[in-house]
Design a protein around this ligand. Structure first.
Ligand code: DMJ
Length: 471
């Protein structure tokens, strides 16, 4: 694998530049100053070097997964063992990595992994899976990689998976249950949330377009509409709902986990399919989010928690997952709010050198139980979109600082590890597949040549799998 890296473009010179980059990573202020004065040539060269660093870090983690967990879902990076989500593996990390391997130029590795997945992945399994996770990590990646490679076997796998997931929508409201059995179609857990209901239209919709079977789009869209119609009088949604009764069971509203990607998919659904209903829904929510959730405090510009019915403030919480929102804001044309919010996200990151899962932004203290860092990508995703839209080098500097911190605190001898508490930097024996699907991929895309991915031609799913507008 290292040979593959070394043969690319600059050969051994890369090793030398990597050493220089590592020595610079912690001199952030000096680097900002240098960039401000630097020429376009300097910037282009530094970006290229950073992209190569990310490639080598990706390869480091990938080799760890291959060595200790190949054929399983995930690598446990401290014990160097494998873990599976269900009784039988669904190759979560390998599938989540499929398009990233292609985009990052690991052609042989991408081809080998694709062949392995096609030969070994079967969805004919008597297991209950979480529809949301299987959709974003597996279905999205299979469709994305099909579009990148034209390998129709991937589309066959995607169609088989999509068909097995369809029973989730068989609730009285049309909103999906949380779990479905891939073999029997039996469903479970009627209490779910907007993110799990509303983060399906990109993958299911693309599957409809590619197979010419409208059922996938229609079911995912109905779920979105049913959810939207249950918004409060002030146009907000809560964080838990029963799909059998249609009643809210938790009225707290925010842009954090459990709601986050519902909003993301209204906007992106419009961008990918030009479905004007989705745009209207997004515009309605956007106005309410800005009116009720936005909070300007001494510590920065944030989006907090409120009650969906009254709009009254419920908590001044913001966390690692919320950091996707600058990307959504700038994609929707609201550069000003996106830049202010990203500055707050970066302040949250720099409090300890890695961001916590949940922060009270009124005190800048970590919320009890919210001290972990799970290798999440959202802040990098937002830096990537902001750099794309503004070309402001400060977003490259942000990415560089984050990359340095990831290497310092999360890298292990065989891969990368999540962190139990960002105050102590104690590691956890876990490495989520989104390290490959998103975290390192977004860092690569931030530094790589813009032609690697044309954001006018693709829409990235919530798991960062690019879907091309080819219909
Ligand atoms: C990913 O699986 C997706 O980005 C999802 O929308 C939210 N959480 C993780 C990454 O943090």
């Amino acid at each position: 694998m290292l040979v593959e890296l070394l043969h690319r473009k600059h050969g051994a010179a890369i090793l030398l530049t990597l050493a220089i980059i590592f020595s610079q990573l912690h001199c952030q202020e000096a680097a900002v100053d240098k960039n401000a004065k630097g020429t376009h040539g300097d910037l282009a060269e530094e970006k290229a070097q950073l992209a190569e660093t990310v490639r080598s870090e990706y390869l480091h983690a990938w080799n760890g997964y291959k060595r200790y967990a190949w054929g399983s879902d995930d690598l446990k990076p401290l014990s160097k063992t494998a873990s599976n989500w269900h009784e039988e593996p669904l190759l979560m990390s390998a599938v989540d990595a499929l398009d990233g391997l292609v985009l990052m130029g690991f052609e042989k590795e991408a081809e080998r992994t694709r062949e392995f997945v096609i030969d070994n992945l079967s969805f004919d399994k008597d297991i209950f899976v979480k529809n949301f996770e299987i959709n974003i990590r597996l279905l999205g990646s299979l469709i994305s990689c099909y579009q990148l490679t034209n390998d129709s076997r991937l589309l066959d796998l995607a169609e088989d998976l999509g068909t097995r997931l369809l029973p989730v929508f068989d609730s009285p409201t049309g909103m999906p249950y949380t779990y479905v059995n891939l073999k029997t179609g039996e469903v479970r857990a009627p209490i779910t949330n907007p993110a799990e209901i509303g983060t399906l239209i990109l993958e299911f919709g693309a599957l409809s377009k590619l197979t010419d079977k409208p059922v996938f789009y229609d079911k995912a869209k109905r779920a979105l509409v049913e959810l939207y119609e249950r918004r409060s009088a002030i146009d907000l949604v809560g964080q838990a709902i029963n799909v059998e009764t249609g009643a809210w069971v938790d009225s707290i509203s925010h842009v954090s986990g459990r709601i986050d990607s519902y909003y993301e998919y209204l906007l992106k659904g419009w961008l990918l399919f030009e479905d004007t209903d989705l745009k209207e829904m997004w515009d309605t929510h956007r106005a309410a989010i800005n009116r009720y959730l936005e909070m300007e405090t001494e510590t920065g510009f944030w989006y907090g928690w409120v009650d969906m019915v009254t709009g009254e403030r419920a908590a001044t919480y913001f966390g690692a997952l919320d950091a996707f929102f600058p990307a959504v804001l700038v994609s929707a044309g609201d550069r000003e709010r996106a830049e202010k919010l990203q500055a707050s996200c970066f302040a949250m990151w720099n409090l300890h050198g890695l961001e916590p899962e949940l922060l009270d932004f009124s005190t800048m203290e970590i919320v009890p139980g919210g001290a972990a860092y799970h290798l999440r990508p959202e802040i990098i995703e937002s830096a990537y979109y902001l750099y794309h839209h503004t070309k402001d080098p400060k977003y490259l500097e942000m990415g560089k600082k984050i990359l340095g911190d990831l290497i310092t605190y999360c890298k292990t001898d065989v891969a990368y590890a999540a962190i139990k508490d960002v105050r102590t930097m104690e590691k956890m024996d876990a490495m989520e597949s989104f390290l490959f699907g998103e975290t390192l991929k977004y860092l690569y895309l931030l530094f790589a040549d813009e032609e690697t991915l044309d954001l006018d031609e693709v829409v990235l799913t919530t798991e960062a799998h690019p879907l091309r507008k080819i219909w």
